[in-house]
Design a protein around this ligand. Structure first.
Ligand code: FNR
Length: 342
């Protein structure tokens, strides 16, 4: 199975498979304020990650790159990011490190969006040298190191060895020229993981919880014979992953992602302390089904909804949302109770 075919399979199944798992956001509610004492015109969506100012907290999360149709998808994603000003991450650049002819298919995101914030992407086992090459390939402003253990273990051709990853991550954080974001791909994070990441000096973390694109389910569709059916619900939701991070809010700049579908989900992540919120599947679908123009309108509408929610909560800035109470119910509340999260 070629890397190219695998990437195409991921796009295809990400589009085809229905989202069936809860992302936990329906357990969270804002408290309405009938007297917000703010004007909509004063609501600002500006935020920052890794010392970079972002005009919007919405981030187009890592998806693809490579030859053929994946290059065309990357171009469309880059056009969307360029038009709307949202930050964009590329998919894993491993293929282009191994095959120089593929570099232009990643570089395209910088050519289309010369002034945008762009995030490079490699798996968390990468060496410092490879990480630096990935950054330079696209003039990345930040670098994702992704953690996808559940995906690798359920992928027939996936990695099986994960010992020593933490030390390698530390070397990249210390050795690469841009800030590094440690990122899950959809199974969430826990306080145990945050503790380990804090111990090596990680500053930026993307929690990518369960409830959106489901890589175990995708790998199950790709494999013949016995499947890892029971593992399709593995991991923590994004809501739980952010709640688990509450004692690390001073330590980490958090990105909430995984199953984020609309502006209200984005706002809930921000209220739980995230500085930015990543969307992958929820943007890929309208982009592929209805085109770039439609996706641009959708992101702009989300911006307008976010300003509305800020105003409803009596906030002018994104950071103010994290001081607003959020009611936590159901399974998410039960999880917090059992884990001693106040
Ligand atoms: C991804 N994702 C991903 N993440 C990563 O760090 N490197 C990668 O190469 C990819 N590739 C990829 C391909 C496709 C087709 C999709 C849909 C997703 C994971 C992505 O960035 C995100 O973490 C998850 O998809 C969860 O977010 P959503 O989709 O639920 O918003």
């Amino acid at each position: 199975m070629s890397t190219e075919q695998r990437k195409l399979d991921h796009v295809r199944y990400a589009l085809e498979l229905p989202v069936t798992m809860s992302n936990g956001f329906s357990d969270l509610s804002f408290v309405h304020r009938a007297l917000p004492e703010r004007d909509l015109a004063d609501a600002s969506l500006a935020t920052s990650i890794g010392g970079l100012t972002l005009s919007s907290p919405i981030l187009l999360n890592a998806m693809t790159g490579g030859a053929g149709p994946t290059e065309a998808i990357n171009r469309k994603l880059a056009e969307l990011a360029n038009e709307t000003g949202i930050a964009m991450a590329v998919g894993s650049q491993r293929a282009a490190l191994n095959d120089e002819s593929l570099r232009s298919t990643y570089r395209i995101v910088r050519d289309v969006n010369p002034d945008g914030v762009i995030i490079g992407n490699l798996g968390a086992g990468a060496t410092v040298e490879d990480a630096q090459r990935a950054v330079e390939m696209i003039d990345a402003d930040l670098l994702h190191l992704h953690l996808n253990v559940a995906q690798e273990l359920t992928m027939p051709e996936g990695d099986r060895s994960f010992a020593g990853l933490l030390e390698r991550i530390q070397q990249v954080i210390e050795g690469v020229s841009v800030p590094v974001i440690i990122k899950e791909v959809g199974n969430g994070m826990s306080i145990e993981t945050y503790r380990m990441l804090a111990s090596i000096g990680a500053r930026c973390v993307d929690v990518a919880g369960r409830g959106g694109t489901n890589f175990v389910a995708i790998e199950n569709r790709r494999r013949s014979g016995m499947q890892f059916q029971q593992l399709e619900g593995w991991g923590q939701t994004t809501a739980v992953s952010l709640l688990e991070a509450q004692t690390y809010l001073d330590r980490f700049e958090l990105i909430g992602s995984g199953g984020v579908q609309h502006a209200l989900d984005v706002a809930k992540c921000l209220a739980l302390g995230a500085r930015a919120v990543g969307l992958a599947g929820a943007i890929l679908r309208p982009l592929m089904e209805a085109g770039v123009e439609h996706a641009i309108q959708q992101v702009e509408h989300m911006h307008s909804e976010l300003r509305t929610i800020l105003t409803l909560q009596g906030c002018e800035r994104i950071a103010d949302l994290s001081a607003r109470p959020l009611i936590v119910r159901g399974e998410t509340a039960e999880w917090c109770r059992l884990r001693g999260i106040p």
